[in-house]
Ligand binder design. Structure first.
Ligand code: AVJ
Length: 331
């Protein structure tokens, strides 16, 4: 009852395409070949990402968690009681700091459903486990998980909510979007907000290449397994025959674009079929698939971009080393 699959929203042509795997066809026939990062997150991929979050080299998760731990009460004080909506919630581990803070202020409110949380994720497995655990830990929490892409969920939520709302998007997943895709995304977020509502955004900040490349080429090979798993997911979802042995993981920091670029390099000339998509793809030896960009941000430029989408920055928090930032804005 507290978990819904959102796939019945009115789709525009674009969304219908992505539902059919049109985005996979577009990516694998593109030059250079690329794939949408959302395909990382089948149940195994979501678990591998959880493992990445605990790696010594992968500083973003623990840094953002420390910022949230320190400032969650201040965030809750600033926004007051509101409905919490999380995009890409995964295991909701870091969310506990926010939930505890909002639970405290909800206790002083006479609103019904003063303490409510809508986690959204494409991976139904991890969302189901998370929702069950959260309901036990917070019996007074009004909870509804949505299995959906960001676009589907934001369209479904709309802006007819009676009370104030805070949409939050942690972990610097915004880094997966190009600058122009990020504008489209901010626009979609704004569609699910009313005047005065809030948007909380976690962002990874620009820093030296060696720190970044270590974070995306960990010594235990977990990131490599996560990257390769995207092919296993496509095999399962679209009846494909990718041979994972024929691809090698690499992540490089493109300093001029301030972004990590994650690739799978084909080790041999070969062909792959994806039956359900009626797609044959040829790979040259050495040819690569760009599976993810992870942009690293400058706080000034980001605030300007948010501003241009109608989102006014209220406050920014960072860690002492300025590795990571948390931006609270208001429509
Ligand atoms: C979940 C998109 C924020 O870009 O750091 C981690 C994904 N990829 N290691 C990131 C990821 C490789 C992660 N985001």
């Amino acid at each position: 009852h507290s978990l819904s699959i959102v796939n019945d929203v009115d789709r525009d042509a674009n969304n219908r395409q992505s539902e059919d795997g049109g985005d996979v066809i577009k990516g694998l026939t593109g030059i250079p070949k690329n794939l949408p990062p959302k395909y990382f997150y089948d149940d195994r991929g979501s678990q591998l990402f959880e493992d990445i979050c605990g790696l010594p080299e992968y500083y973003p998760t623990r840094t953002e968690a420390a910022i949230l731990e320190q400032y969650a009460d201040e965030i809750a004080q600033l926004t007051g009681c509101c409905e919490l909506v999380e995009l890409g919630s995964g295991s909701s581990t870091k969310t506990h700091y926010l939930l505890s803070a909002y639970q405290k202020i909800a206790a002083h409110s006479d609103l019904a459903d003063a303490f409510s949380y809508i986690p959204i994720d494409v991976s139904g497995g991890i969302l189901k486990t998370t929702v069950l655990q959260l309901q036990q830990q917070y019996p007074d929490l009004t909870l509804e998980g949505l299995i959906a892409t960001y676009e589907e969920a934001l369209m479904y939520l709309g802006k007819n909510h009676g009370r104030s709302r805070m949409v939050f998007f942690l972990g610097s997943s915004i880094g997966n979007f190009t600058e122009s895709d990020a504008n489209t995304f901010f626009d979609q977020v704004a569609h699910a907000l009313k005047q005065g509502d809030y948007f909380l955004l976690g962002i990874d900040l620009q820093k030296p290449k060696h720190i970044l490349e270590a974070a995306y080429n960990d010594s235990q090979g977990v990131t490599a397994a996560f990257n390769l798993n995207i092919l296993a997911h496509l095999n399962w979802r679209f009846q494909g025959n990718f041979d994972l042995q024929l691809f090698r993981h690499q992540a490089v920091y493109n300093e001029s674009k301030h972004q990590i670029e994650m690739y799978l390099h084909s080790q041999a000339q070969h062909q792959v079929n994806l039956e359900i998509l009626d797609l044959q793809v040829s790979f040259q030896a050495g040819e690569s698939i760009l599976t993810e960009i992870s942009r690293k941000f400058d706080l000034e430029a980001l605030q300007q971009q948010l501003r241009s989408q109608g989102l006014q920055t209220l406050k920014i928090w960072t860690d002492p080393q300025q590795l990571f930032g948390l931006v609270l804005c208001q429509l």
